[in-house]
Design a binder for this molecule. Structure first.
Ligand code: CAA
Length: 383
């Protein structure tokens, strides 16, 4: 446990890069960007140049090869400055990792350099649909094989929803059913570049929080793709996405802890001014919960770095970190009094930003379902 608390040189290096970028570039503009709902295209490209878009991608393919703990400390520091821009960075890292893990050599050569360097500002992850969120396997999008000009192609139709960086990403990881009768085993994963005929974004969604992150539907209308676009085997796309989400949930955990850190910082400043006993109590409770949450996040990240199973630990981390951050942001608003409730106060933005973290990449209810299901597996296998 103690070894999880000290960082190696590479992890420390990522932390320093992320803290510097967060303090100098993200934090000063975060409120303004939130007000204007502006996507931080140039910041994401700069993050790429700083190596932060492929933290856990091998150096051979343009990443830092720094591992998952390094990724978590980096996300935490960036989210303390601006959680909205950080979610685009997180989804890019998640898709890049999936390409390295499941992609062909041609995929890695074609996409990872562009993503990790920030030539493309982001990648997109298209799993949910307007009619399927938590029950992801019930998706309706199809990818039906047919002959076209004498060649075998997939014809994709459907609508993917809640896509982070929709319309801005360079490449999207998209699921559709190649065999609609086969449930989750009929789902395949495709890599689709921006500008591909039959693939377009809808207008941005109006959201309560994370307004610097652009979220759209992505529409597939007779989009024709040959098999070189398949990521992993046909029919194995659901596992590709679930595997990616295990890692993604570590990222959301770290993001939530970063937002809690920002809220705690506001409370500490106010405490310094007021020395109010009630505020001290709120800080004490929040700091203890924040540290417990961070240890859960580090445990999941360490397991992933070690190549061990982490599904249950990633879900425990996500549910605890995101719910903790929600409580801490509420306490910041309460502790700051009327000003905390004013739109000019950073606490108000943090409270709005943190809400969706209990929803995206699997709701709290889904995390509890996954945790309970893993417990059942242990019981049945006598572990
Ligand atoms: N890793 C790898 N494979 C996995 C896996 C994991 N963690 N979990 C399940 N699988 C595999 C299973 O082994 C199984 O494979 P086989 O067919 O070979 O047996 C297959 O996937 C189906 O598994 P389940 O039977 O467990 O699937 P299910 O239908 O019961 O689903 C669920 C379970 C956990 C509820 C899943 O649907 C889920 O996680 N739902 C939430 C979806 C989610 O997080 N959506 C967020 C989308 S992203 C987003 O928010 C926007 C963005 O831009 C970031």
């Amino acid at each position: 446990m103690y070894s999880m608390l000290s960082l190696n040189d590479m992890q420390e290096n990522v932390l320093q890069r992320a803290m510097q970028f967060s303090d100098e570039s993200l934090a000063p503009e975060a409120s303004e960007r939130d007000r204007h709902e502006s996507f931080a295209d140039e910041h994401l490209k700069a993050m790429g140049r700083a190596g932060l878009l492929g933290v856990n991608v091998s150096q051979e393919y343009g990443g830092l090869g720094a591992g998952v703990v390094a990724y978590a400390v980096g996300v935490r520091a960036l989210a303390q400055g601006c959680a909205g821009t950080t979610v685009a960075m997180m989804v890019t890292n998640m898709v890049a990792e999936a390409i390295e893990k499941f992609g062909s050599e041609a995929h890695k050569q074609k996409y990872l350099g562009e993503l990790c360097s920030g030539i493309w500002p982001a990648a997109g992850f298209c799993l949910s649909e307007p009619g399927s969120g938590s029950d992801a396997a019930s998706m309706r999008a199809t990818a039906i094989e047919e002959q076209h000009n004498g060649e075998s192609v997939y014809r994709l139709n459907g609508t993917k929803a809640w896509v982070t960086s929709g319309g801005e990403a360079g490449v999207y990881l998209v699921t559709a059913k190649t065999n609609p009768a086969a449930g989750s085993r009929g789902v395949s994963a495709f890599l689709i570049e921006t500008g591909t005929a039959g693939f377009r974004s809808a207008p941005p969604e109006k959201k309560v929080g994370l307004r610097t992150s652009k979220t759209t539907q992505m529409i597939l209308e007779d989009c024709l793709l040959d098999e070189s676009h398949l990521l992993g085997e046909e029919g194995r796309g659901f596992s590709v996405m679930m595997n990616a989400l295990d890692g993604g949930r570590i990222g959301v955990s770290a993001q939530a802890v970063g937002v809690a850190d920002a809220a705690l910082q506001l409370m500490r400043r106010q405490y310094d001014l007021r020395q109010d006993q009630e505020l001290g109590r709120l800080i004490a409770q929040s700091q203890a919960e924040r540290d417990a949450a961070w240890l859960l996040c580090l445990r999941a990240a360490t397991l992933k770095d070690q190549g061990q199973p982490l599904t249950q630990q990633a879900s425990m981390s996500k549910v605890y970190c995101t719910e903790m951050a929600g409580r801490v942001c509420q306490r910041a608003v309460r502790g700051l009094g009327a000003i905390g409730h004013h739109s000019s106060c950073e606490a108000e933005r943090l409270m709005r930003d943190v809400r969706v973290m209990r929803i995206y990449e699997g709701t709290s209810e889904i995390q509890r379902f996954v945790i309970a299901r893993e417990e059942l597996k242990k019981l049945r296998s006598g572990r």
